[in-house]
Design a protein around this ligand. Structure first.
Ligand code: SAM
Ligand code: DTB
Ligand code: SF4
Length: 346
């Protein structure tokens, strides 16, 4: 089943490219209108992240502080697997502060056989607290995906990160097809898919078009789509490149969010890495563009996040409320009314 445009034609790269070219206000109105047809526009889903195994990763992702390939320059201190009790204490704190989902990340190429009982225990125990669970542990085969599904995992995060074309500039130790295989294994195991990208790594708009096309043309697009804005980390190849050549304008990241919302209308679109450096107004525009999820808590995996107190104040100012573990979806009849004819030209 291919995702369709509002005119009921299959989504094409040309359509996505035309969306990117729209005047900013038209693009935002279109994204906000589509958002309201599928979601309560004043409700956001909140997740908290925790790194359960930090650093010395065998992969060479050019943006990542945790790659063992860049550790001489990033000086990131590697850590062993976090004890179950410590993970659960963090999950309890996240729940108490309003998060509905707890997302656990590990700096692995893939989980090893001896890691599987550990991650299965974490899934069971975090679920027992009444939270949704998400994990991001690197590549998974079909058997591992089935084991995580059996333990009750709700979401698995595995990003495409960029277009197939730009991919070789980003990572060499795992292929684009490896990533698609993991996503397919997760999907086949019945786990919800969380898959997104990083924008601002030196890729072109055409690369962003191709990445949206990859998602929108999946048999079922991911339920959750993080649109990370690169956190440029000194000592990583892509961080250093962006720090010397200049960062992508924030409005292009917001455009990417809006286009993602339009092309994957039923997915949660998440503001992920990069929020710490953004103003309130930039984040408000990102929500206007159809983002309806974000990471809450002072830390992401290894880098800082927008502070909880700032997020609480911003949510209050915008009138946003946190959705429960089972997010509510507004029926189409409650959606913003008004003519959409001008939005259906492309
Ligand atoms: N090791 C696992 C993997 O890569 O599959 C999971 C953890 S990894 C850190 C999860 C995602 O975080 C990456 O795919 C990437 O999209 C995002 N990420 C990592 N470093 C980032 C950075 N500096 N800026 C923005 N996003 C980043
Ligand atoms: C995702 O797409 N973004 C999150 C989550 N999935 C695991 C990770 C962001 C990491 C930002 C860099 C860091 O903190 O190390
Ligand atoms: Fe390892 Fe994930 Fe970082 Fe890549 S993004 S180096 S796989 S932790």
């Amino acid at each position: 089943m291919t995702t369709m445009t509002p005119n009921s034609t299959p989504i094409t790269r040309e359509y996505i490219s035309q969306l990117f070219e729209l005047p900013f206000m038209d693009l935002l109105l279109k994204a906000q209108t589509i958002h309201r047809e599928h979601f309560n526009a004043n409700e956001v889903q909140i997740s908290t992240l925790l790194s359960i195994k930090t650093g010395n990763c065998p992969e060479d992702c050019g943006y990542c502080s945790q790659s063992g390939h860049h550790r001489d320059k990033t000086k990131l201190q590697a850590e062993k697997r976090l004890e179950v009790d410590k993970v659960l204490a963090a999950a309890r704190r996240a729940k108490a502060s309003g998060s509905s989902r707890f997302c656990m990340g590990a700096a692995w190429k893939h989980p090893s056989k001896k890691d599987m009982p550990y991650v299965a225990e974490l899934i069971r125990e975090v679920k027992a607290l009444g939270m949704e669970t998400c994990m991001t542990l690197g590549m998974l085969d079909a058997e591992q995906s089935a084991q995580l599904a059996e333990a009750g995992l709700d979401y698995y995060n595995h990003n495409l990160d960029t277009s197939r074309r730009y991919y070789d500039e980003v990572v060499s130790t795992r292929s684009y097809d490896d990533r698609l295989d993991t996503i397919e294994n997760v999907r086949n195991a019945g786990i919800n898919v969380c898959s997104g990208s990083i924008v601002g790594m030196g890729e072109t708009r055409e690369d962003r078009v191709d990445w949206v096309y990859e998602l929108a043309s999946m048999p079922v697009p991911p339920e959750s789509i993080p649109v990370n804005l690169l956190v440029p980390i000194k000592g990583t190849p892509l961080g250093d490149k962006v720090l010397s050549e200049g960062e992508l304008p924030v409005l292009e990241w917001i455009r990417t969010i809006a286009v993602t919302r339009i092309c994957c209308p039923k997915s949660y679109v998440r503001l992920s890495a990069g929020r710490e450096s953004l103003s309130d107004s930039e984040q408000a525009l990102a929500f206007m563009a159809g983002a309806n999820s974000f990471f809450y808590g002072d830390k992401l995996l290894t880098t800082g996040n927008a502070s909880q107190s700032n997020d609480d104040r911003l949510m209050a100012q915008l009138g946003l409320t946190a959705s429960k573990a089972e997010p509510s979806v507004v029926p189409v009849t409650n959606a913003m009314s008004g003519s959409r004819s001008h939005l259906q030209k492309i």
